[in-house]
Design a protein around this ligand. Sequence first.
Ligand code: CS2
Length: 463
Amino acid sequence: MRLSTSNLSRLPANIRIFGHDPSAHGIGIVHLGIGAFHRAHQAVYVDNLLALGAGDWRILGVSLRSRGVRDQLVPQNGLYTLVERDGDREDLRIIGAIADVLVARDNPKAVIDAIAAPSTHIVSLTITEKGYCHIPASGALDGDHPDIVNDVANGSALVSAIGFLAAGLRQRMNSGAGPVTLMSCDNLPQNGAVLKSVLTAFVGTAMPDLDGWLAANVSFPSTMVDRIVPATTESDLARLHTQLGMSDHGMVKAEAFRQWVIEDDFAGPRPDFASVGAQMVDNVQPFELAKLRMLNGSHSTIAYLGLHHGHETVDQAMADPRIAKVVDALMNEAAATLPAVPGLDPESYAEALKARFRNAALGHRLSQIAMDGTQKLPQRLLATIADLHAAGGAPRAAATGVAAWMRHFSGPFVSDPLSEILMAAANDIPAQLVGNAMAIEPVFGPLGSQDWLRELLLEVMPR
Ligand code: CS2
């Protein structure tokens, strides 16, 4: 037996089921990148909105390439379990916010039609940092990115999210379907502005006819998203099977904490996100800087140092005093570079983050966080390094995270879109490693030529 609409009545009584009738709500949101994070974050807010009677805001999920999530969710009528774990507390809840899942490479026309549908008011994205096809150090579109080169030349076999967005918007323009909001939910600083800049650059080359319409009809609110969502494992699925008395291939697990700060800049209608706990603000930047530099900066540092010292999960690494000490110092370094965040006290924020990192019930694997370092380091650690140095401080802990990353990519396996460049830069001799790595322009940008940074990295390089 498998989780589905018709099997809901067979679930044990302790399992919470969404408080709305999914079939009564139309689709208002198309979401690109329907991975575990989205299903444990935005989809939960939307599920709560639907339960409050918000109306036609169900989500059409899109995977660009992988068929995995479609095969998990479509046979289950889009239903899946969210398992929240904090220490000993576990809470199971069935989410009913996802209406359907499409795979763009199998069904490109349906994806373009969905973006262009007059009933679609928001297209949101969690495509990970690398999905923006930008140069990490600058945020500009990488015109040489193979996916972009393909999509500029070959509009009938699109591969990138940017290409699909542009095609969907052009159809929207031609059919007069009206304004739309593109809402990035990825861990990038000014994620809305980055999306706008890469899309505008793409359109300028590939579809100049769309330029004016895009500027007048599309908004790009930035958002800060936060929830720790480790990848689901086989043993999570097996445990859930006993708890549900049926199988659920689409389960996601997360901590209890979640946060969503949204810039209130919507081109068309939007649901009342604030009614379900999202913070609507004029400017997301202070929130996202604090989160990227303190949470994600620590995460990456814990991941690279933790793997170096032989740990597997975040909570295990946090229990290592050598690592906990660096995390403490990094929190202070990052906090010293931040503008004041309304209602956020850096000290208590740091304490709360460390408590979240120590949550042993999650089994958050360091290797998951270590992926795609070239796309993450600029905003998580290098920005802290540059700002703190400019203010006369010594960013030793942030540099330790960067140096540990260099050690990491000199090891046996690295999962990163720039893995070939990293493999060529790898070296066992610290001075050569630092020199090679700092010359990777898309990651270091102008910082790459700074002698003080070279010296600092050599000094803190983990042995
Ligand atoms: C993590 C993030 O995998 C990673 O790189 O740092 O996914 C992190 O768990 C989330 O941003 C928390 O909101």
